[in-house]
Design a protein around this ligand. Structure first.
Ligand code: GLU
Length: 535
């Protein structure tokens, strides 16, 4: 009888627990459920969907982690995990600013801009500023969230942010763009939304070193006139005002490195029946702006054949491969790939053309459930932010495609931004203090060994020559070399982390979920250990 009572009580208690567990089990928010099949989901819904899916995978692990608090009841642990996961699923602050400008022709115009801070678990926050007509608050919030996951993915100590101004920059003169940028900067500074220790913008769509320089100047002449770290208010600046060598090509370089780290890995290549390495791989790239052009250049130098480039105004193909170095010269002169004589124009949609590797480096939502079924590439490298919709991705995963997701694949830009930020707050450029010394050390070490050998009676001892690797280390003295090697380290360690998560949670070829799990875990741990109510 007693035993029976105990059993009933136990069942009841576990029933209560089961009930609570169900209540706390991380749910995909109702409004996001249709994203999985949606042809054209809102971009913000897509990003949240990807996050919540990862949160569902991760939650049991996080609850287990809470066992480090033996004084907490099971329900309390679950509630804490659930609260933090929901916090990561929301945006902490977002501002809209509206201000007037006087156009060159004397007319007035009201300009609208935004800046969003996702989670402030690490400061400063970090994220670009884009100028485009489709900028709106939801999009900026979503892009801010991607930045959090991107920074966590490559282990950068930043929270995520993003900004945007709703203009088509082609319709404004350079002077007008400068006025808009400076006024937007002031509006954000007044609200403490940017600053070297608060939130550090960088280039994004349609902005570049020029805009970053205007922002620095505006800050230095106003709020930042006494700030010794004032140059660190933006990254992606021109080198002569504190920018870093290698930032301009960094995102494209990162896309190549991300691809390289999978292409070198036999186990992952076996999964898609690829031989390892770039040699003879056919590549199609969408977008030949900053990201697509540099990604193409590095991939081409690594031995792959760029057989097609899809731009917004024209698509060009050459089955023997396009010489990207020559194309760079052509584009520098003509400002377009149109008319490039060593390739043919085509009306075929290159996203679905026959190729081994596809690099969408233009914009969001270009791979959807409408074209995913026709995509021939086995490896997709997401240079753009959000180029694949969840419904499109589902089809690709079922087809066994390996998709290296944006939050990792295009993180090279923000990684080198981080190096630039460190350069600014340290007030010294890379290599200035120790490059020469390291190079001399290697040189002298080899000389000493050779001299010692010469003193040996056996004259058959050969001269020691540094091998390729050692020569590379000895010659890694310029800032650009140091940046490249540091970027390599960052991309390698993130690739290891993502692959581990994919294996641990048995996610097969779903690298996006693995990357979100990897990042969300780190964001979760940072918030959890610093006290959730302080966020
Ligand atoms: N806008 C870039 C991105 O989306 C770079 C951001 C940064 O460097 O802060 O990753």
């Amino acid at each position: 009888m007693f035993r029976h009572l105990v059993a009933v009580l136990r069942r009841r208690r576990s029933g209560v627990r089961m009930g609570l567990w169900k209540r706390f089990q991380h749910q995909m928010p109702e409004r996001l459920k249709q994203v999985e099949t949606d042809k054209d989901p809102e971009f913000s819904a897509m990003v949240l969907y990807y996050y919540h899916r990862a949160a569902q995978t991760l939650e049991p692990e996080l609850i287990k982690e809470m066992e480090k608090y033996p004084h907490m009841k099971v329900e309390e642990r679950q509630a804490r995990v659930s609260a933090i996961l929901n916090l990561i699923g929301s945006v902490s602050t977002s501002v809209e600013v509206n201000f007037p400008i006087v156009r060159k022709n004397g007319t007035y115009e009201i300009i609208t801009g935004y800046r969003s801070h996702h989670v402030r678990h690490k400061l400063p926050l970090k994220g670009g500023i884009r100028y485009a007509m489709d900028v709106d608050e939801n999009e900026v919030k979503a892009l801010a969230s991607i930045m959090t996951f991107k920074c966590a993915c490559v282990n950068l100590p930043y929270g995520g942010s993003k900004g945007g101004v709703r203009i088509d920059p082609k319709n404004y003169t350079v002077d007008e763009l400068q006025t808009i940028t400076r006024r937007y900067t002031m509006e954000l500074l007044k609200r403490n939304m940017i600053g070297p220790g608060v939130d550090v913008p960088a280039p994004d769509m349609n902005t570049g070193p020029r805009e970053m320089a205007w922002i620095v100047d505006q800050y230095q002449k106003t709020f930042g006139y006494k700030d010794i770290n004032s140059a660190a208010i933006t990254t992606g600046k021109p080198v002569h005002i504190g920018g870093i060598n290698g930032r301009n090509s960094a995102t494209g370089r990162g896309v190549w490195k991300a691809g390289d780290l999978f292409l070198k890995d036999k186990e992952w290549m076996d999964l898609i029946k690829f031989k390892t390495g770039w040699e003879d791989k056919r590549v199609i790239v969408q977008g030949f702006g900053n990201v697509g052009s540099f990604a193409s250049k590095f991939v081409h130098e690594a031995g792959a054949k760029i057989i097609g480039i899809k731009e917004f105004d024209v698509s060009i193909v050459n089955p023997d491969g396009i010489d990207i170095t020559e194309l760079f010269d052509y584009v520098a002169e003509k400002k377009t790939i149109k008319g490039y004589p060593k390739a043919q124009e085509t009306t075929e949609d290159l996203l679905t053309a026959d190729t081994d590797i596809l690099m969408p480096c233009a914009t969001q939502k270009v791979i959807t459930n409408e074209n995913a079924g026709n995509i021939k590439a086995k490896l997709i490298l997401e240079g753009a932010n959000g180029p694949t919709t969840p419904a499109g991705e589902k089809i690709l995963l079922e087809k066994g495609v390996l998709l290296v997701p944006d939050l990792y694949c295009n993180a090279g830009g923000v990684t080198v931004s981080y190096f630039e930020y460190l350069k600014n707050i340290n007030h010294v450029s890379y290599g200035k203090m120790n490059s020469k010394k390291t190079s001399e050390l290697i040189h002298e070490l080899i000389n000493s060994i050779n001299e010692s050998f010469q003193r040996c009676p056996d004259s058959a001892i050969p001269q020691i020559e540094p091998n390729k690797k050692l020569t590379r280390i000895r010659e890694c003295t310029t800032e650009a070399d140091i940046v490249d090697s540091a970027l390599q380290t960052v991309m390698e360690s993130a690739a290891i982390g993502i692959k581990q998560m994919a294996n641990k949670f048995e996610l097969c070829n779903d690298l996006r979920r693995a990357a979100y799990v990897y990042s969300s875990l780190k964001v979760f741990e940072a918030i959890e250990s610093s006290g959730i109510s302080q966020q």
